[in-house]
Design a protein around this ligand. Structure first.
Ligand SMILES: *Cc1c(COP(=O)(O)O)cnc(C)c1O
Length: 491
């Protein structure tokens, strides 16, 4: 008999056995006249053909879902080095506070008199994030980084309107996250690509050339998606401001310098923060997250409403503001993410936050040092919290970054981010974060080195990977183009 491993758990429908029907419950015998469904329910409400549900016992159902849960990969399982995503551990104390009934059981329509604690939490988190960014204004409304970008760019548009200016371009570096040009376009601007210089940072001369009266803002990621700090940031800000433009900072990489440097001093006018990256709240699987936006003096009047206002000890939501860009959404539906983030910030304190980014940078540099002889580094400028290798060396043996990623699965690690940023061909973008135990970071490096040796000795082993997963290579293009989320009998 073939031994069943945890790895080959079938679909629950496939466990159905026509000849051995089981049931998770027993109902008492019918003691009223039997009616056929067609008599009891109008035919237009009857599904046709009727569905089949698997006939299984309760334990079989529990085992099925438990086994599926074991097939997941998570930060709680091992290193999750997905660059740009900051997949750090969500400390369990965050869950403790998020589960407090006073936070978990409130309703968005409750009056301010009953939600003073929740409003206070929003106010305190705004204050903490203002201190971390060194910027005077803050909104917690945006639900994600991309949504924060939109809020920031809409505020910039509003500020330009207030000055009676119509500027129609936003400069976006070629190394930017795809959400940056998408945001610019969504807010009604055309996004103009800014070329990176030889060291991977933006080219000040190019900005000087392109920074015309048509440009509303420049969107810069600090440190950029290569993990390299824009060392000319203050000069860039001064230049852009002197030509009447605004600085949008993409703060998704705040984990590299939180507690060490203040975006306010870099000249930022708006910057989003991903609470679900830097501040440890769980992410992956699509949410919920949170993308607060810090703003400079110039954008303060345009913050979204409602704003949380503190009059003495009393807090309230203020909706009335003609200069505001308006609400970014109806409710703080992700409120418990805010609870987790404030818990994290308060439990670390300012020393802890500095240590957080210090260790994140240290680990990224450890990985860089351990792997630099085996994998090619296109940009070898000193990097901060993440490091971007590529497959140039391995490609000579016909092995590409996807193959390396698939082989990592056999070694029990989640792969790094692939093929991003776009300026690095065959990119492998690694961000260990500070929360991984050092032995885990070391084991990941060992796995990467072992794969590099396999590429030399037995490249087929890598190009045919993964060997040890329930599903081998999937057709990613078809999966994206013809998404099927439902099993149908006979398909
Ligand atoms: C993650 C990320 C974003 C977008 O944030 P979401 O919360 O995923 O919308 C934007 N820019 C960079 C550099 C990022 O890493």
């Amino acid at each position: 008999m073939k031994r069943r491993t945890l790895r080959d758990e079938p679909l629950i429908f496939e466990r159905n056995n026509e000849r051995r029907r089981r049931s998770g419950f027993r109902i008492p015998p019918l003691d009223v006249p039997e009616t056929s469904p067609a008599d009891a329910i109008p035919s237009e409400f009857l599904r046709s053909p009727s569905t089949t549900t698997p006939d299984l016992g309760e334990l079989e159902v529990v085992q099925h879902f438990h086994r599926l849960s074991q097939l997941n990969y998570a930060v709680d399982e091992g290193l999750y080095p997905l660059g740009s995503c900051t997949m750090k551990y969500n400390p369990r104390v965050n869950e403790l506070t998020a589960a407090l009934a006073g936070f978990a059981d409130i309703h968005p329509f409750q009056p301010a008199s009953q939600t003073q604690g929740a409003l206070r939490l929003i106010w305190e988190l705004e204050a903490a994030l203002k201190a971390i960014t060194g910027m005077p204004g803050m909104t917690l409304q945006p639900a994600a980084g991309a949504h924060g970008e939109l809020a920031g760019i809409l505020m910039i548009r509003k500020a330009l309107e207030a000055r009676g200016e119509t500027r129609d371009q936003v400069l976006v570096p070629d190394s930017a996250h795809g959400t940056n040009p998408a945001t610019a376009a969504f807010a009604g601007f055309s996004s103009v690509e800014l070329p990176s210089g030889d060291d991977g940072t933006v080219d000040l001369n190019a900005i000087d050339r392109m920074m015309t009266e048509r440009v509303a803002a420049i969107m810069l990621t600090v440190p950029n998606t290569l993990g390299v700090f824009e060392s000319e940031i203050v000069k860039i800000s001064n230049l852009v401001h002197s030509r009447g433009g605004f600085i949008y900072l993409d703060g998704a990489n705040l984990n590299a310098f939180a507690g060490r440097a203040l975006p306010g001093l870099m000249g930022a006018d708006a910057m989003h923060i991903n609470l679900h990256k830097t501040f440890s709240t769980p992410h992956g699987g699509g949410g919920p997250g949170a993308g607060p936006v810090a703003v400079s003096e110039a954008l303060l009047p345009h913050l979204p409403v409602p704003k949380v206002i503190k009059d003495g000890d009393n807090l309230r939501l203020e909706w009335d503001d003609s200069q505001s860009i308006g609400p970014m959404r109806g409710f703080y539906g992700n409120f418990l993410i805010l609870v987790r983030a404030l818990t994290y910030i308060w439990s670390l304190g300012s020393d802890g936050l500095r240590e957080m980014s210090d260790v994140a940078v240290l680990y990224a540099n450890l990985v860089r040092h351990r792997l630099k002889d085996a994998y090619h580094l296109k940009y070898d400028a000193p990097s901060l919290h993440e490091v971007v290798f590529d497959d140039t060396v391995q490609a000579e043996k016909g092995v590409h970054n996807t193959d390396i990623a698939k082989r990592l699965l056999d070694y029990g690690f989640h792969p790094p981010t692939m093929s991003f940023p776009l300026i690095v061909h065959g990119a492998l973008m690694i961000e260990p974060t500070e929360s991984a135990p050092p032995e885990e970071v070391e084991a990941f490096c060992e796995a990467m080195l072992a794969i590099a040796r396999e590429v030399e000795e037995n490249p087929d082993m890598v190009t045919s990977a993964p060997h040890d997963t329930p599903v081998k290579r999937v057709d990613e293009v078809s999966a994206a183009r013809h998404l099927k989320t439902r099993w149908k009998p006979g398909e």
